[in-house]
Design a protein around this ligand. Structure first.
Ligand code: AMP
Ligand code: ZN
Length: 473
């Protein structure tokens, strides 16, 4: 597979450290509010990447953190803790908020057919590991104490800004809100590893540490959680593009300083979902959720298709009109699949070029929109329906659009509506056949009696040149 690597700033052949195995880490949500559909675009595209790697035969282990402490209102170490802010807003404890929004996050993921990672680790469950890593960073001179906090010293690194090909706007999102400078920092880019002093003395969650009672900085959790479950060499790290700086930049700084060798090979960043009014953000208070899409009559699979129709490295603009278009496309696709019969056996030879087209699309930096096109190619192809169904089932293990499931549901609905195979249909058909036989035998009295009986059952019979047809009225 060829994958764009933010670290090398180019598309590269994907070669994991260990053949056949992929260790994959994903920055999880900060659970102080519902995820908006922008957040979910990132998780959805990462899910397609994971599914594709599995489809391509890799044994994938995926780990995700849950940020339930330490992420301040600004990504640059200032402002109130987001979790505390959420707890205040809802008059609940931080842990109640964390549990509620973690559950809500995975419920949304389930609706969008996003697989739960193999390991999900809340940040608050790893305090001893943070203390151990920070202790070593202090011992080796990569960290320093100032004003009660522990900071990472970015001047100790040969190269700190590893992702600096990102445009100004993306680099800036993480730090835009930071208006005040922290006088304790030796260098502007230094960041907090452990807080004991904060403007908010009532920080709800605090732990004892060699540097005083406090709480971890936001970035340390992902380094420690990843190393704990996936070891010292990570193949693939994912996140939204706004995580590239400062979050991922800081993760690399502290992980490599701690390990003393390169850490993660490939960095996968999903670009933003914007609204016509600009970037979508949880902190703005007003945002689009999966539940809202459902309330407006959109199946979550429609949003999934909407995302797949664009490349993950392009920002995507959400509008209701765009979503309507995706809905029409999804419904048409499902209808065409529902019209396929179960007949025939799979034509392996005929399937090969169609599968190759799909594999080429996904293998080329996860080109999902061409992957969707490959689905249409299957529907148009000159192969039997069994082959089409088999290919669609296989592609959908990657695209995750629940196509066959929705097609089966549509078939059932249509059959019920036309009365073709609803409950009691056998009995109706027998009566219709008996009436036809009576008519043929010129026993019109019997034929009329049966018609009346059917009418009582709510069934209307019409004689056509092709024979009698019936419907429920
Ligand atoms: P958060 O819960 O704020 O930590 O964000 C969760 C994930 O969503 C991170 O990977 C972010 O980079 C990503 N993200 C945030 N806003 C957007 C957006 N508008 N579009 C796509 N991804 C986003
Ligand atoms: Zn992270």
């Amino acid at each position: 597979m060829e994958l764009y690597n933010s670290l090398s700033h180019k598309k590269e052949a994907f070669v994991p450290y260990e053949p056949g195995k992929v260790s994959m880490y994903t920055c999880g949500p900060t659970v102080y509010h519902f995820a908006h559909i922008g957040n979910l675009r990132s998780y959805l595209m990462e899910d397609v990447l994971e599914k594709y790697l599995r489809y391509a035969g890799y044994d994938v282990t995926r780990v995700m953190n849950i940020t339930d402490v330490g992420h301040l209102a600004s990504d640059a170490d200032t402002g109130e803790d987001k979790m505390l802010k959420g707890a205040r807003r809802e008059h609940k404890t931080v842990m109640e908020i964390a549990q509620f929004y973690t559950d809500a996050f995975f419920a949304d993921c389930a609706k969008l057919n996003i697989k739960t990672p193999d390991v999900v680790q809340p940040a608050t469950g790893m305090i001893p590991e943070y203390i151990q890593v920070i202790t070593r960073l202090l011992d080796t001179g990569y960290a320093y104490l100032a004003g009660g906090n522990v900071y990472f010293d970015t001047s100790k690194l040969a190269k700190y800004y590893v992702f600096n090909d990102h445009d100004e706007e993306n680099l800036a999102v993480g730090v835009r809100d930071s208006v005040e400078e922290d006088a304790n920092k030796r260098n502007k880019a230094d960041f907090v590893l452990w807080f004991t002093k904060s403007k908010f003395e009532d920080q709800a969650l605090k732990w004892d540490s060699p540097w005083g009672v406090g709480y971890p900085g936001w970035h340390i959790e992902c380094s420690c959680i990843s190393m704990k479950y996936l070891g010292e060499r990570l193949d693939l790290h994912c996140g939204g593009i706004d995580n590239a700086f400062p979050h991922h930049t800081n993760e690399i700084a502290q992980s490599e300083a701690y390990l003393g060798h390169p850490w993660c090979k490939y960095w996968f960043h999903v670009h933003h979902l914007n609204t016509t009014g600009g970037k979508m953000s949880k902190s703005k208070g007003e945002f689009l959720t999966v539940s809202l899409l459902e309330e407006k009559g959109f199946d979550p699979m429609v949003y999934r298709l909407f995302c797949l129709q664009s490349h993950y490295r392009k920002s995507l603009t959400f509008s209701w009109e765009n979503l309507e278009n995706a809905k029409a496309a999804y419904e048409k696709l499902v209808a065409r699949i529902a019209a396929l019969t179960e007949e025939g056996t799979v034509d392996e030879e005929g399937a090969k070029p169609l599968k190759a087209r799909f594999d080429e699309a996904l293998g080329n930096d996860l080109n999902t929109s061409l992957g969707v096109t490959a689905l249409y190619d299957v529907l148009k192809a000159d192969v039997n329906d069994a082959t089409k169904r088999a290919l669609i089932a296989s592609f959908d293990t990657v695209l995750g659009l629940r196509l066959l499931e929705h097609a089966a549901a549509l078939q059932e609905k249509e059959q019920a509506a036309t009365g073709a195979s609803g409950e009691g249909d056998g009995e109706i058909q027998t009566l219709v056949d008996e009436r036809a036989a009576a008519k043929k035998a010129k026993d019109f009295a019997k034929a009329d009696a049966i018609r009346a009986q059917l009418a009582e059952m709510g069934v209307e019979v019409t004689d056509t040149p092709q024979g009698p047809v019936w419907k429920r009225v």
